[in-house]
Design a protein around this ligand. Sequence first.
Ligand SMILES: Cc1cc2nc3c(=O)[nH]c(=O)nc-3n(C[C@H](O)[C@H](O)[C@H](O)COP(=O)(O)OP(=O)(O)OC[C@H]3O[C@@H](n4cnc5c(N)ncnc54)[C@H](O)[C@@H]3O)c2cc1C
Length: 455
Amino acid sequence: MEWIDSLRKLLKEDQVTMNPTELERHSRDESYHAPHLPDVVVFPENREEVSRILRFANDREIPVTPFGLGSSLEGHVIPYKGGISVDFQRMNKILEVRPQDMLVRVQPGVTRSQLNRELKKYGLFFSVDPGADATLGGMAATNASGTTAVRYGVMRDQVRDLEVVLSDGRIIRTGGRAAKSSSGYHLTGLFVGSEGTLGLFTELTLRVFGIPEAIMAARAVFPTVKQAVNAAVSIISSGIPVARLELVDALSMKYLNEHSETRYPAAPTLFLEFHGNEAGLKRDVVFAEELAQGEECQGFQFETDTKARAKLWEARHHLAYAFIHRSPGKRLMVTDVCVPMSELAGAVEHARHALNQEGMEGGILGHIGDGNYHVLMMIDPTDPRDVEKAEKINASIVEYALGRGGTCTGEHGVGVGKIRYLRREHKEAVDVMMSIKQALDPKGILNPGKKLPPR
Ligand SMILES: Cc1cc2nc3c(=O)[nH]c(=O)nc-3n(C[C@H](O)[C@H](O)[C@H](O)COP(=O)(O)OP(=O)(O)OC[C@H]3O[C@@H](n4cnc5c(N)ncnc54)[C@H](O)[C@@H]3O)c2cc1C
């Protein structure tokens, strides 16, 4: 293609590739959504190059899809209209740690574990922890969260400032370093979660936290999922400042044990973690355990030493891979609703019922401390019956959540997989979202076909 030769002139030779392996790697995410190749992949090294790429693409109306690690789950990075896949892996520098401000400034290709390795030297940590070792640019673009959101918040709560390259190549900053601001519109909040459809992030300023003085992790096993959920709801509504509160059902515990070589009981389980000082933490744990016992939990199994605690959370983080690795040839379909806490027990019961009704195997797990849970199913994307069944289950779970004040996606985002539910969830507000998209990307080059329904 003629335009690719012109694009090559904007960058160094090794920054532009049409290598088939690279095109393939940028044609898919971790989900069941059908892949599609980009025409070309580029690896910018600084903001000026990103700006040049966008100006070029905008002039010629060439689609641009930003790419972090490609771990998203709703087809976000799949370039369905071809064009340029912009991979941020070479923009992976931690630019500045500001311990007194509890802030860090990073390039978008830095991964969450890379950042935490660096922050540990300062006694600090970055809280958001999705199951994949995702990039911070990708995490900001999906408004990711994870096991600690119940205490520290989601990605949107951590981003203080973004440097964004707009579709026409202009470079803007959306915030600052101040802890509060009432100035202007909240552009940072708008760009976080925009899934590469409004601009490309070239720098992020993020909040970080001090590593707590004391940490305790525990497992609590229950006779039924419903009792585990009820216990979680009681713990949250009693105001105990739990730092992590995760549900894993019996099937998922079985697969988790197989994958992580653990010997935890294969029964509905809550994984909990408490952060604080020794004295306060002991009180919190005793109270939480009492509440759990009210739901026939046999007591907390504490993981006291650092190694056992790390093992427990590693096993939890690798749970989706436990499903993926035992089903070669199949792809992951994962639901992602979030409901108000008062609706959680009913929602999880309904999800199990939906699986049973379709005769589909699936694990139920989630960050239930904030009402967000997932059903994990492994499907053969080439088998229309498999896809149909999984989509029916997903639709039923989303419908249930929307009918009770919930959302179709708690943390994974819309991509292409959730577009069909946007009108139902946001009604006329979708038109306002479309106006914003039109204002910021009038030629529709940024990640086209994602996040919003077609005009
Ligand atoms: C096993 C597993 C477990 C997971 N667990 C969780 C979880 O607990 N919580 C959770 O929230 N998610 C989870 N996810 C989903 C995924 O990890 C997150 O969505 C993550 O935020 C994606 O980051 P990434 O770097 O892989 O981004 P990508 O997948 O590469 O991109 C995601 C989106 O961000 C855009 N983007 C990427 N970089 C930029 C940039 N610099 N500027 C603008 N837009 C950009 C892309 O175009 C795309 O729309 C999980 C995924 C897997 C495979």
